[in-house]
Design a protein around this ligand. Structure first.
Ligand code: SF4
Length: 285
C-alpha cells in the first residue's frame, strides 16, 4: 500500500499546469523542428520559425505559449493500492486537483477560460472546474497527465457513428474530411487524435487519449494502426492547408490512433484535434 498526501498532489498540479503552459515539451519540439526543416512553403517555414521563437520566449519569460490557456483536462491513473492522506484541509483527490488548477492558473497569470453555464456564459473566474477522467487500476501506480485544451482546436473535433460496412476507408476518409473542414481554425500544424471503437462517448474519450498516450510522433505499437497513422498523416499533409493555413506540406505534426472493442453493429469514430500549442505534461507519485 502506498500513501500519497493530497497536498503533494495539489502542489504538483499547481506546478505542471504552469510548466505545460510555458514550455513545449521535447517530443513536440523535436517534431516541430523536423517539420520546419521539411516545409517547402516559405510562408509555412516562417510560421514554424515564429512558433519556435514563441516557444523560446514563453519558456524564458514564463509566459503562456498561447493566450488561450485552455480547459484544464486531467487523466488520472489511480492504483487500487494507493491510500490518499487527506492533509492540509483537502477532503478528496478531486478537491486537490481542483485546488492545484485554481492556484496554478492564478499564480501563472494564465487566462481563465471556463464559463459556469454553456448558455448563460458567466466566467467561473479561476479556470475550474478541472475536467478529470479517472482510470482505476490494480497496483499502486499514481500518474496524472494534464493537457491544456484550447477552444479553437476543440471546436473542430467531430464524432460519427459508422455502420461496420463503412470499413477502414470510411474512417480514414472521415478523419481527412474533418481536418480539411477545420482548415486554419485549429491553428495548424495540428495533432490529430483518432478514437476508433468503443461506443458513442467512449470513442470521443479515446480520441482525446490518443493525443497524450504516447510521445508525439511515436509509432503505434500495433503495426495495423501504425500503417493507418502513417497513411493518414501523409493524406492530411497533402491537403496543402499548411502552418496556420498559410499553405504548405505540414498541416499535422502527428496522427495518433487509439482503438477499443465495440458492438457488432457499430463502428464509432471520433477525431479530437489539438493545435500546434500541444501542452501536455505528466507526473507520477
Ligand atoms: S487553437 Fe491552440 S494555438 Fe490556436 S488560439 Fe487556441 S490554444 Fe491557441
Amino acid at each position: 500500500m502506498k500513501t500519497i498526501n493530497l497536498s503533494e498532489v495539489r502542489e504538483k498540479i499547481r506546478e505542471i499546469v504552469q510548466k505545460a503552459n510555458f514550455e513545449l515539451q521535447d517530443d513536440t519540439l523535436t517534431v516541430v523542428k523536423e517539420m520546419e526543416a521539411k516545409e517547402e512553403s516559405p510562408a509555412g517555414k516562417s510560421v514554424f520559425q515564429q512558433m519556435l521563437e514563441n516557444a523560446k520566449v514563453a519558456k524564458e519569460e514564463k509566459l503562456g505559449l498561447c493566450q488561450d490557456t485552455g480547459l484544464a483536462i486531467f487523466f488520472v491513473e489511480l492504483g487500487e493500492d494507493v491510500q490518499l492522506n487527506k492533509d492540509d484541509g483537502l477532503g478528496s483527490l478531486k478537491e486537490a486537483i481542483t485546488e492545484g488548477t485554481r492556484l496554478g492558473y492564478e499564480e501563472g497569470y494564465l487566462r481563465k477560460s471556463v464559463v459556469e453555464d454553456p448558455i448563460r456564459r458567466k466566467n467561473t473566474g479561476d479556470n475550474t472546474p478541472a475536467y478529470i477522467h479517472w482510470e482505476l487500476e490494480p497496483g499502486d501506480a499514481f500518474k496524472v497527465t494534464f493537457v491544456a485544451k484550447g477552444g479553437g482546436a476543440e471546436n473542430m473535433s467531430q464524432i460519427r457513428m459508422f455502420a461496420p460496412a463503412a470499413g477502414q476507408d470510411g474512417i480514414e476518409n472521415f478523419v481527412v474530411e474533418t481536418v480539411d473542414t477545420a482548415g486554419s481554425n485549429p491553428c495548424p500544424p495540428m495533432v490529430v487524435g483518432v478514437g476508433v471503437g468503443g461506443n458513442f462517448e467512449y470513442s470521443a474519450l479515446l480520441a482525446k487519449k490518443a493525443l497524450l498516450r504516447r510521445p508525439l510522433g511515436s509509432q503505434n505499437p500495433d503495426p495495423f494502426y501504425a500503417d493507418m497513422e502513417k497513411r493518414l498523416l501523409e493524406r492530411i499533409n497533402n491537403l496543402g492547408i499548411g502552418p496556420q493555413g498559410m499553405g504548405g506540406r505540414c498541416t499535422a505534426l502527428a496522427v495518433h490512433v487509439e482503438s477499443f472493442p465495440c458492438h457488432i453493429a457499430s463502428m464509432p469514430a471520433a477525431v479530437n484535434i489539438q493545435c500546434h500549442s500541444h501542452r501536455v505534461l505528466s507526473f507520477e507519485l
